[in-house]
Design a protein around this ligand. Structure first.
Ligand SMILES: Cc1cc2nc3c(=O)[nH]c(=O)nc-3n(C[C@H](O)[C@H](O)[C@H](O)COP(=O)(O)OP(=O)(O)OC[C@H]3O[C@@H](n4cnc5c(N)ncnc54)[C@H](O)[C@@H]3O)c2cc1C
Length: 511
């Protein structure tokens, strides 16, 4: 017998965990939460220091990009969590709301309700902040956010001091509206362990609700559509087809899987659908387009003159956002990010000194102009997506990256780091010219793991979802996840994904 729900939520990652919790707060609604993966079982997931070791394990979708002409023709690995908690089970736990101006393109696309000011209550509602001044922060939300103090590495303290000496304001906390300056990373940890969004929002009491059913190991192949409505889904469980029906559907499968699911269901560019042999139900040419991601150069590595104590947090303890035209600017939107990793961190193919004898400065561009695309190579859900982020395809991105690397080195050679620095290992003291720096960036830039934007929200006809996040072409189905972002925020995006989900759930109006 086919099971029927009032709501089906597709994907139990960061956004899906929030949505399932908030929808099932209403005992009058039955909610089915459908997840391709299982429950987290690998103990390394909980250990904050192990996050770099998680990609490639059985619970990783393990996507890979097409070769990128502007990054030395490299294909980039894109890990994404395939388990309850999604990518929040693999992420580096940094919690950054973003700069208020990051949300101006959202406001432009969706109206005032998508401004930073309108999203603030959602950010606050999601958090349980500890570790400092709690004004402007949530203190009783599901997601624990800590601001480390004593645990911050002395190397990272010296790097922040170097930033301050170059003019960067001493910020202390990234999440009070201002972003430029030095601060340790706020982290989503509970009792020193990773707190995934699923652990935070779907604790055993929530999962025990009579009106919430979590179906793990159910991979959704496509939506079932009749006229302008989605009536259910076709999924696969232990190799067998499963049909589930619902009055309403929320897709929370993430920036890669959500557009893929739409296209397999016949919503996408008519040309693309024709190429893969899927009947076009609604020509929505922007599905899968507008793909954005942050890159980080791995890395500006220094051999240490004394032994580097191991990180007590998650290795990468401090992001530093800067306006490169004025490092002391407090309020402007940053264009550059630096980071300090308490370990050698380099792209494949580069030699580094052993662990404990080196540290690394990373650098990146907060608002890349490059826009990519994700599309299916076939209608078969077992086939991987074709991901082309068009990395570094604009002059703006390449020039800003060069500035970022120059700034990282300036900071790395500052006397505030003298007690730690022996010598620069990468790119290496003799690498100076623009051409040499550009070549190093092309060979080492790697994803910061923030793909988004592939089901862009907007009021215009070609937007994939409208400001209610309702899929254009379907009256009763929504997308709520990283894919709806019209533009990438300055920093890591998990906090914003959770806020999108909280905001949508709070403003939900029955269609
Ligand atoms: C290695 C790494 C480090 C990162 N570091 C940070 C960080 O420090 N800070 C930060 O803010 N962000 C970080 N991120 C990014 C952040 O984790 C993601 O942006 C965020 O989790 C995205 O949330 P989402 O709900 O859009 O997608 P996800 O959390 O990826 O959830 C999507 C869910 O849908 C499921 N799904 C997909 N397809 C199907 C299908 N066909 N059927 C059923 N289920 C399906 C998936 O299995 C998954 O559970 C990192 C990400 C990675 C991978």
């Amino acid at each position: 017998m086919t099971r029927h729900f009032d709501w089906l939520v597709l994907g139990a990652g960061s956004a899906g965990s929030v949505i399932a919790r908030r929808l099932s707060d209403d005992p009058g609604l039955s909610v089915g939460l459908v997840e391709a993966g299982g429950f987290p079982a690998d103990p390394d997931i909980d250990d904050p220091l192990q996050w770099p070791a998680l990609p490639g394990r059985a619970f990783d979708w393990a996507y890979r990009t097409e070769p990128q002409p502007h990054t030395a023709d490299r294909c980039h690995d894109w890990p994404r969590g395939r388990l309850v908690g999604g990518s929040s089970c693999m992420h580096a736990m940094a919690h950054v709301r973003g700069h208020p101006e990051d949300f101006e393109p959202w406001r432009h696309a969706g109206g005032d309700r998508w401004s930073y000011a309108s999203l603030l209550p959602a950010f606050t509602r999601s958090e349980s902040f500890s570790g400092g001044d709690t004004s402007g922060r949530g203190t009783d939300g599901p997601l624990d956010v800590i601001l480390p103090d004593d645990a911050v590495s002395p190397v990272v303290r010296a790097y922040m001091a170097a930033g301050n000496a170059l003019g960067a304001p001493e910020l202390g906390d990234h999440n009070r509206g201002r972003l430029n300056g030095t601060a340790p990373n706020s982290l989503t940890l509970r009792n020193g362990r990773r707190l995934s969004v699923a652990t935070a929002y779907l604790d055993p009491q929530i999962l025990a609700r009579d009106n919430l059913t979590l179906l793990t190991e159910h991979r959704v192949d496509r939506l079932l559509i009749e006229g302008p409505r989605a009536t259910g889904i076709l999924a696969r469980h232990t190799g067998q087809p499963v049909t589930l029906t619902a009055d309403r559907i929320v897709i929370c499968a993430g920036a890669i899987a959500s557009p893929m699911l739409l296209m397999r269901s016949g919503i996408g560019s008519a040309d693309t659908l024709r190429q893969i042999g899927v009947d076009c139900r609604f020509d929505s040419p922007e599905v899968g387009r507008n793909l954005q991601d942050h890159l980080l150069v791995l890395g500006n590595v220094y051999r240490a003159r004394q032994s580097v104590p191991p990180s007590r947090l998650q290795h990468s303890e401090s992001l530093m956002y800067l306006d490169s035209s004025d490092l002391s600017a407090r309020h402007t939107q940053p264009d550059i990010v630096l980071a300090c990793v308490v370990a050698p961190s380099a792209a494949p193919g580069f030699e580094t000194p052993p662990y404990g004898t080196a540290y690394t400065l990373l650098c990146g561009v907060t608002h890349p102009a490059s826009r990519g695309v994700v599309k299916p190579g076939s209608a078969d859900p077992d086939q991987p997506p074709l991901i082309d982020p068009h990395y570094l395809s604009t002059d703006h991105d390449r020039a800003t990256f060069r500035t970022a690397l120059q700034l990282a080195r300036q900071l790395g050679h500052h006397k505030a780091l003298e007690a730690w620095r022996d010598c620069e290992v990468l790119p290496g003291a003799d690498m100076r010219s623009d051409a040499e720096l550009d070549a190093f960036i092309a060979r080492t830039a790697s994803t910061h793991h923030h793909p988004c934007g592939t089901c862009r929200m907007g009021r215009d006809e070609t937007a994939v979802v409208d400001p209610d996040l309702r899929i254009n072409g379907l009256g009763n189905a929504f997308i709520v996840d990283a894919s709806i972002m019209p533009a990438i925020p300055s920093g890591p995006i998990n906090a914003a994904v959770v806020a999108i989900a909280e905001h949508w759930a709070a403003g939900l109006k029955t269609p």
